[in-house]
Design a protein around this ligand. Structure first.
Ligand SMILES: [Zn+2]
Length: 470
């Protein structure tokens, strides 16, 4: 076991009952949700959220808190009306939301075609049926589908509808109760050529029933904004005692979609990061390495903030200083630690053993895996070892409100949130203070091999993020 995984009293202090009592993540997230609302990147609200985080970190005593501004192409919704009926003369408005990266303007009336799950096989069975029509597609796998039927991301289902000539796509949410979901319908992050909207499950299933016995027509009219927006990551730095040029980046995305306040995605992750920062200051902890607490913006529109961070670090040649990146996205009540690198297991388990000694609900599980679609991805693609805390379920069926209009503060579980902060603070401290981190930066060829080994080549190619020619 590496010597420095037992750093003594101060280290354990981050997880004591007193510390649990002092936890502020729940109250700060509650206050931010009530006073700001959603935290959409590039919006007035987004700006307020950046300032809220900045001020909190200052208040906690960080001398070095900075904004990292970036400018990117982004998308935001304008107006939308979706009307459906047996013919153009008998249309009724349906509750709906535009999916991100839909065209800036669309005005379309066409026949609706039930394309089932919207998979390649559904189109191949009837290749021309959706041409110049509107595809009606289920977001997940329809009950009664053939055993083993897989599903695709909403953006991939939209790409398929486009490929088979559809002029628009209506996606039926899988969650009951009229819940609407947003998110991108674009595989590349660029604007898509056809309007894509989401409707509630009950409405959608009802239309499928009507389509079984007669035709349906729909009108989709929408306006959206696409253009350059300004946003800012917020970075608080705790300089390392003896290795100031080695960094642990502790990140989580502060931004949300705009349908709700994004308490789960990603209030619980980003406010955990803020409260981990507070914990380090309150306990006067200064590990050997530098710790950077980073609140990213623009994650939801395509990891824009973390890409900007990595671009800057590459440009000023500090990327090699990042020894490890820990990401917190919808993390709740963790039961273990994860890392992309299997060699981290002994260290992570040694830190976790201390956590589970203090609280037996922490199971000290370890997982070595690599996935996509959150801010760690931007670092991972540049060979930086990444990881975090994992294994707890989302509270109060929070999963049902993913990207939806019900992702609000009442879903948050105070004790789960506290556990994220205390167990993750231990990991941060353990990593930042250990003598040697048993994970190394991968070079270009190693990164490529690593991604292939983890089956990430194909999804990265679809997203246009595969930088190699083979
Ligand atoms: Zn998220």
């Amino acid at each position: 076991m590496p010597r420095k995984t037992r750093p003594g009293k101060k280290f354990l202090a981050v997880s004591t009952p007193k510390c649990k009592k002092n936890s502020q993540a729940y109250s700060t997230l509650q206050q931010a949700s009530a006073t700001i609302g959603h935290r959409l990147t590039g919006s007035e609200n987004g700006k307020k959220a950046e300032e809220y985080a900045f001020n909190l970190l200052k208040e906690y005593g960080f001398k070095d808190v900075r904004y990292q501004p970036f400018e990117v192409e982004s998308w935001s919704r304008g107006k939308l009306r979706v009307l459906v009926g047996p013919d153009a003369a008998h249309l009724q408005e349906v509750k709906s939301v535009s999916l991100a990266h839909s065209p800036v303007k669309a005005d379309l009336t066409a026949t609706v075609i039930d394309m089932g799950n919207g998979l390649e096989a559904d189109y191949q069975a009837r290749p021309n049926v959706v041409k110049n029509k509107i595809a009606l597609v289920y977001l997940g796998v329809l009950p009664g589908s053939a055993p083993g039927t897989g599903t695709l991301h909403r953006s991939e289902k939209t790409a398929l509808a486009t490929k088979y000539g559809a002029k628009g796509i209506i996606i039926i949410n899988t969650v009951a109760g009229g819940t609407l979901l947003t998110g991108t319908a674009s595989v590349t992050g660029k604007l898509i050529p056809i309007p894509a909207v989401c409707i509630g499950k009950e409405d959608g299933m009802n239309f499928k029933k009507q389509l079984a016995s007669g035709p349906l027509t729909a009108t989709i009219s929408m306006t959206n904004f696409s253009g350059v927006i300004k946003a800012r990551n917020v970075i608080a730095t705790l300089p390392g005692k003896s290795l100031p040029n080695e960094k642990i980046v502790v990140g989580g995305h502060l931004d949300t979609w705009d349908l709700a306040t994004g308490a789960i995605d990603n209030g619980i992750g980003s406010f955990s990061v803020i409260d981990m920062a507070r914990t380090f200051k309150a306990l006067h902890l200064q590990p050997q390495r530098t710790v950077e607490f980073v609140l990213f913006m623009g994650e939801e529109e395509g990891l824009l903030g973390s890409k900007a961070y990595v671009a800057e670090a590459t440009k000023n040649k500090t990327i090699d200083q990042i020894a490890f990146m820990l990401n917190y996205d919808m993390t709740n009540d963790p039961k273990g630690y994860n890392a992309t690198d299997e060699f981290c297991k002994p260290l992570f388990q040694a830190i976790g053993a201390l956590a589970s000694k203090l609280d037996t609900t922490f199971k000290n599980n370890f997982s070595s895996r690599a996935g996509l679609h959150s801010d760690h991805q931007s670092f991972m693609l540049h060979g930086v070892p990444t990881g975090g805390s994992f294994g707890g379920a989302l509270p109060n069926k929070g999963r049902d409100c993913y990207h939806a209009d019900c992702d609000s503060f009442d879903l948050v579980d105070e004790s789960g949130l506290k556990n994220t902060v205390r167990f993750s603070s231990m990991l941060v401290y353990g990593l930042a203070d250990v003598q040697k981190i048993p994970a190394k930066h991968l070079n270009d060829a190693e990164t490529k091999a690593f991604l292939i080994r983890n089956n990430l080549k194909e999804p990265l190619q679809i997203a246009g993020e595969w930088r190699w020619t083979d």
